[in-house]
Design a protein around this ligand. Structure first.
Ligand code: CU
Length: 132
């Protein structure tokens, strides 16, 4: 049992160091922040994304299982982001990357849901990006 615990801890340490070492696409001295995001029919999860000014942000977005036809997306006007997310596969998410070079609280919404099967009847979904 102790051996299993040690093995699990080792795996966790390796996984964590792997993430921390992933600095591809880094364009400033800031940290690369990887944010997994799931877009469900009525909400984003997480509903709030907190990053620091100067971070290089990589949102790894997927549509919730069964919603690939909804044309869910991630739109952040102030950062010029408007990306459709139709993959449901967390191992190959839609990656949305940007340098968080503007401080403030920004609305994340779906600018593409109207293109999906629900059209303009798709529920309005919103999340928040906080850069400070
Ligand atoms: Cu939907």
């Amino acid at each position: 049992m102790a051996k299993l615990a040690i093995a699990l801890i080792l795996i966790a340490v390796i996984a964590l160091s792997g993430c921390a070492g992933n600095t591809a696409g880094k364009s400033t001295d800031g940290t690369v922040k990887i944010i997994p995001l799931t877009i469900a029919h009525t909400s984003y999860n997480p509903g709030k994304i907190n990053v620091n000014l100067g971070d290089y942000v990589k949102i790894q977005a997927v549509a919730a299982v069964g919603t690939s036809t909804h044309a869910h997306g991630v739109t952040i006007d102030e950062y010029g982001i408007n990306k459709k997310v139709t993959t449901e596969d967390p191992s190959s998410p839609e990656v949305i990357e940007f340098l968080a070079d503007k401080a403030g609280t920004f609305k994340i919404y779906c600018g593409t849901c109207k293109e999906g099967i629900f059209g303009t009847d798709h529920p309005k979904i919103e999340a928040e990006l906080v850069v400070k």
